[in-house]
Design a protein around this ligand. Structure first.
Ligand SMILES: [Cu+2]
Ligand SMILES: [Zn+2]
Length: 194
């Protein structure tokens, strides 16, 4: 029976029956996005939730909140990459999200890829907390992140300050150690501030 098959698949995914059977009310437009960050071997290492920041009825940015673990202590480049294609793991996520055809920089650089979110800092336990607002990115539209991806790199992003030509392309942030596709999440819980 297809239904019991679904339930079994559900349990195999360690997802509750309730989650599988009931709609999670994403609405007609996403109110949050979610990215589960994994290693290339599929091991899960973190979650980042994205939500648009609204001030005075206007969207003024995109907030990234989450935790990533299993990193080497120190700074690690953190970017929105262009695609959400994991067929070759993190390698097929293409370059930094760059709809303005600019050069690599840091999140506060005048010239930057829109996907340039700088670095996350991993503590001595290898845990990095992500908490940043970006004024340019959105959930959807020309600057939208949904359907794209997040990548955490092995090395520090030099934010375009060099050395070498790759600084203005990748920030010399090295291999992609964690990545995940950014997808629609359920409707955000009502915010007490709005
Ligand atoms: Cu990157
Ligand atoms: Zn970049």
């Amino acid at each position: 029976m297809w239904h019991s098959g679904l339930v079994r698949a559900c349990n195999a995914l360690q997802t509750s029956l309730r989650t599988c059977r009931e709609p999670c009310k994403t609405g007609n437009m996403p109110s949050i996005a979610v990215c589960v960050l994994q290693r290339s071997d599929g091991q899960r290492r973190g979650v980042v939730v994205m939500e648009e920041v609204v001030e005075g009825g206007r969207i003024v940015g995109l907030r990234f909140l989450g935790t990533v673990e299993g990193l080497t202590p120190g700074l690690h480049g953190f970017h929105v990459h262009e695609s959400g294609d994991l067929r070759l793991g993190c390698a097929s996520l293409c370059a930094h999200f760059n709809p303005t055809h600019s050069q690599h920089g840091g999140p506060r650089s005048a010239r930057r890829h829109l996907g340039d979110l700088g670095n996350v800092f991993a503590d001595e336990h290898g845990v990095a907390r992500v908490a940043l607002d970006d004024p340019h990115l959105r959930l959807t539209g020309p600057h939208g992140v949904i359907g794209r991806s997040l990548v955490v790199h092995a090395q520090r992003d030099d934010l375009g300050r060099g050395p070498g030509p790759d600084s203005l392309v990748t920030g010399n942030s090295g291999p992609r150690v964690l990545c995940g596709v950014i997808g629609w999440g359920p409707a955000a819980p009502a915010s007490s501030s709005s």
